[in-house]
Design a protein around this ligand. Structure first.
Ligand SMILES: [Zn+2]
Length: 181
């Protein structure tokens, strides 16, 4: 499978990303995601709060991140990311590890756009919990709200207990040893 030399796909955290590199590794890349609008993630859980699908925004499988544009503005829309990028919600639904996601809840970083709202409704997801609604007044978000409300998909803002989570990969070595048995 062809993909760019510097952003190889495989890593221990997301080993099955195809041509889409792990988002944690892409952060350290020469074209950081924050310059591209930042990573957007989605996570679907079932009635038991078990994860049944996760996704983040990225180019379609087999479509190279190195060849397709990530910029937001250009003379032609074909030179922006918009015609190509798969939103996190789409990827989370497509990546599901259960037969379907009917009755599930989706956690998303950003309130879904109108296209993702359609996917959420058609997939049978019943609740959307979002972190940010910063495009609240955009036409896409207004259409999304309208459709979600009509379809009976509830949505609410997530209120985090803390403002950040730090993942310390070294902590497993510095913790006092614990007997496994
Ligand atoms: Zn979307």
């Amino acid at each position: 499978m062809a993909h760019g030399p510097s952003r190889s796909a495989a890593c221990g955290i997301f080993p099955d990303r195809g041509t889409n590199p792990c988002p944690l590794h892409r952060q350290a890349d020469s074209q950081p995601l924050r310059h591209q609008g930042g990573p957007v993630g989605a996570c679907i859980v079932n009635a038991e709060n078990k994860i049944v699908g996760i996704g983040y925004n990225g180019m379609p499988n087999g479509c190279s991140d190195d060849l397709l544009p990530w910029r937001r503005t250009a003379e032609s829309i074909l030179d922006t990311k918009y015609p190509y990028v798969c939103h996190a919600e789409l990827n989370a639904i497509m990546n599901k590890n259960s037969a379907d996601v009917k009755g599930c809840t989706m956690y998303v970083a950003l309130f879904p756009c109108n296209e993702c709202a359609k996917l959420i409704i058609q997939a049978g997801i019943k609740e959307v919990i979002f972190m940010s609604d910063k495009y609240h007044d955009s036409n896409e978000t207004r259409a999304a709200r309208l459709m979600l409300e009509m379809a009976g998909v509830s949505f609410r803002k997530f209120t985090p207990k803390c403002s950040q989570i730090v993942i310390d990969f070294d902590s497993i070595n510095s913790r006092p040893s614990q007997k496994l048995q």
